[in-house]
Design a protein around this ligand. Structure first.
Ligand code: C2E
Ligand code: CA
Ligand code: CA
Length: 750
């Protein structure tokens, strides 16, 4: 509620305006009262705080004010004879500046007014600026006319509403601002966004929306306590206010979520820089009551009208971008793109199908051997879940496990995996252990020890043959309950392994706190360790030495190439797991292997690891004159691209590339051979936050609407340049270049 609303509130409470009778009228109405009695009555009324009186001369200068009202001004300030407009100021509604005519206007119009909210001005305070008043009045006034019917000034009453007004203002601030940080709250932000989008729609302008979510905030809250968390949020909002672009509005819209509205902004280069600055600023250490805290932030960005025209559309787009930024590793920003929407839809579908996957028998446990680093003899198997989707084929657990974790399906899936792995392992000849992955979500569930116990007793597998693989993220939770869970699991007699070591919030101190039997060194250290000049090897050796000192076994994960195996084997690593020995295989294959009596694995793999160079095979649109072609994008850099699909384009030709989603780039052919051209861009591309590139600006949906397309956010596909070319009328003449089919038969001329 703005001041406007407050004003209305007062109007309701003081529904009956006090009329000031003129002397004649009063005399005829109450003849029984003497003048002295009437004066006495007015005097006592005036000295109460119920009503005070005021009067001006014909020039609007104050001639009378009840003493108690006068007392609200500085005692040494001369107020009588001063224009009333210099003393009080009409309170305007900030959200509706057209309302609340200035008092000088009311007075010069010589009309009556009732219950006008005014604030007392300080001496010399400028009219027009927002009042710094500390006292507020409700002013009612009637113009006075003398016997010659000449206007002689105003008379009226004053009511002091300071206390109520302050309270109303406080409530209204509470309703629109966040009490902790003083930033706009969710309610106000959604109003501001609606207003900003409305304005940009009318003027066909843009508006960017940035969503921020703090990384690791929960950890600070849990370890340092809620007051520290509050203090952190305050400091975060101060930093944000310092770096927010001019003209933007910042709000805190929930726990550790912030939002930034930047009107008139569609430059993805600038927005990316701004997001990076925010990420850097917010990840500097914070000092809270002598403790140091480090957090990070992820940023999702959507821009109207490209990514959405209505507020909820834009918020959804920014949310999806934020979600992708968080998923891509923390401390990143992402622009919204249509792919994200498709990803979100895929996720929903996976989640739906996963619900029935167990019952439908689509899930299976496969097993990958862990072998001795020197003798290559199998020492155990890691159980890995496999899902054969009836329509989509095999779906990777790296895809569906995170979805299961977020949709609470993980508990069901996890207990099934535990049971199945225990049952299978109980059938293996010998006494090799089986390792089962336990996600952090499962670890937070108090029932986990009971689930493990059931799996063991149902299968008859001895506890010593079961190992649980846990990632460092379990240390992000409450320290006390984490320790209690470790203790309970240990009591069951199962083994514990720290999985993916080195990828998370790695701290060697975790190793001391938790009773692990094994550390699994993540693939990223093994990958290329033989070629990176020794950094990887040095880290692996350091971890191995530490683990050795603490009586823990070490496994190197993800060994694929011969040189990697050689490096790892030269260090104090106990076990190796990787494609070089075997991928995860079915239970039947495990049985076959174990029954064969040959427990050694033969390393098979490339001599050295080849980093898979990504080659671009994206279809793009090409416009030349008014003809539209389709080409394959073979290479893309900030300053240029290599395309394939048009035959014999002369050097120097100006082409327009349509990269999709409204991204149009103008370029000139610099190299040309047969169907391949090297094109240099007029304006360089900018980073898209996801390791890719995008154009700074996009074709505005308003422009497309102007050439007859329906007004909506940009869709995927490459129809924009075609539409723009088409709008110029039917193509004149024959296309200058021959289109050749390079995309495996799917490419067609537009
Ligand atoms: P993880 O626990 O780190 O499992 C090892 C992953 O690395 C497996 O991927 C395995 O196939 C792969 N891998 C093994 N050797 C190599 C190699 O030499 N090169 C490469 N490039 N990869 C190798 P997978 O099976 O796709 O599983 C992915 C992740 O999904 C697992 O990572 C684990 O976090 C999760 N996961 C799998 N099964 C389960 C399960 O039953 N429960 C839970 N909670 N998570 C599971
Ligand atoms: Ca694992
Ligand atoms: Ca792992």
């Amino acid at each position: 509620m703005g001041v406007r609303g407050i004003w209305k509130g007062f109007g309701g409470e003081h529904a009956e305006p006090v009329r000031v009778p003129d002397a004649e009228e009063a005399a005829s109405l109450v003849p029984a009262v003497s003048d002295a009695e009437r004066l006495d009555l007015l005097g006592s009324l005036e000295s109460s705080d119920l009503t005070w009186f005021w009067a001006t001369d014909s020039g609007g200068r104050l001639t009378y004010l009840s003493p108690r009202a006068r007392a609200q001004f500085q005692p040494d300030r001369a107020i009588f004879g001063k224009p009333l407009a210099d003393l009080v100021q009409t309170i305007q509604d900030p959200d509706d500046p057209g309302e609340g005519k200035p008092i000088s206007f009311m007075l010069s119009a010589r009309s009556s007014f009732t219950e006008m909210v005014v604030g007392l001005k300080d001496e010399g305070e400028d009219a027009g600026k927002r009042t710094g008043a500390n006292s507020w009045w409700l002013l009612t006034g009637r113009p006075q006319f003398d016997r010659k019917r000449e206007f002689s000034g105003y008379r009226g009453i004053v009511q002091d509403i300071t206390a109520t007004y302050k309270e109303e203002r406080r409530k209204s601030r509470l309703a629109t601002f966040d009490a902790l940080t003083g930033l706009a709250n969710r309610h106000r932000m959604s109003q501001r966004l609606a207003a900003a989008l409305n304005a940009s729609k009318v003027e066909k302008r843009s508006c960017a929306l940035l969503m921020l979510d703090l990384d690791r905030f929960k950890q600070v809250n849990d370890t340092l306590g809620h007051p520290a968390g509050d203090e952190l949020l305050k400091q975060v909002s101060q930093r944000l206010q310092r770096i927010a672009p001019a003209g933007s509005e910042i709000g805190r819209i929930g726990g550790d979520e912030f939002q930034l509205i930047v009107p008139d902004m569609d430059d993805r280069g600038k927005l990316g820089d701004c997001a990076n600055r925010m990420i850097q600023m917010l990840s500097q250490p914070y000092s809270i009551d002598g403790s140091r805290a480090i957090i990070g932030t992820s940023v999702g960005i959507a821009i109207a009208p490209y990514d959405g025209i209505e507020p909820d559309e834009l918020v959804k787009a920014a949310d999806l971008a934020l979600y992708a930024a968080k998923g891509g590793g923390r401390g990143q920003f992402r622009f919204y793109s249509n792919d994200l929407k498709e990803t979100a839809e895929d996720r929903r579908e996976i989640e739906e199908d996963l619900r029935d996957a167990i019952a439908a028998g689509q899930l299976e446990m496969h097993y990958q051997p862990q072998v001795g680093a020197r003798d290559h003899v199998v020492r155990g198997f890691e159980a890995l879940m496999r899902w054969d989707h009836p329509e989509h084929g095999p779906i990777s657990p790296a895809t569906f496990i995170p979805i299961a974790e977020q949709s609470n399906l993980i508990d069901g899936l996890g207990s099934w995996a535990l049971q199945q792995a225990c049952i299978d392992a109980a059938h293996w000849p010998g006494d090799l252990p089986v390792s089962v992955n336990v996600s952090a979500r499962q670890f937070l569930n108090e029932d986990l020890p009971a689930v493990v116990k059931t799996a063991l007793s149902k299968s008859g597998l001895p506890p010593s043959r079961l190992e649980l693989e846990i990632t460092e993220s379990v240390f992000m939770g409450d320290v006390g309950s984490t320790q209690a869970m470790f203790a309970q699991l240990r009591k069951l007699g199962v083994k514990l392994a720290l999985d993916d070591f080195g990828t998370g919030y790695s701290s060697l101190s975790y190793l001391r706190k938790a009773p692990f039997d094994k550390i699994k060194i993540d693939q990223s250290f093994v990958r290329g360790c033989a070629q990176d000049g020794g950094t990887g090897t040095a880290i692996i050796q350091a971890i191995a030495s530490l683990a050795g000192a603490m009586n823990m076994t070490t496994t190197a994960e993800g060994v694929e190439a011969m040189d990697e195996l050689a490096s790892v084997s030269s260090l104090d690593i106990d076990l190796v797991q990787g494609f070089i020995f075997s991928r995860a295989v079915s239970h039947e294959e495990v049985l076959e292997k174990l029954c064969s009596g040959e427990l050694r694995y033969e390393p098979v793999g490339p001599a050295r690891h080849r980093s898979g160079r990504r080659t671009l095979f994206r279809r793009v649109g090409v416009v030349h004159e008014d003809h539209h072609y389709v080409a394959m994008l073979r290479d893309l850099s900030r300053t240029g691209a290599r395309i394939e699909g048009l035959l014999d384009v002369p050097i120097g030709t100006e082409l327009v590339l349509d990269l999709g989603e409204g991204q149009i780039v103008v370029g000139r052919v610099r190299r040309s051979q047969d169907a391949t051209q090297g094109i240099e861009f007029e304006v360089p591309l900018v980073s898209d936050g996801a390791g890719g590139l995008c154009t700074r600006h996009r074709v505005s949906p308003y422009m497309l609407a102007a050439i007859g397309m329906p007004l909506r956010a940009l869709g995927s596909g490459h129809h924009l340049a075609a539409a723009a070319a088409g709008s110029a009328g039917s193509p004149s003449g024959r296309p200058r270049f021959m289109q050749v089919d390079v995309g495996g038969g799917a490419a067609r001329a537009g």
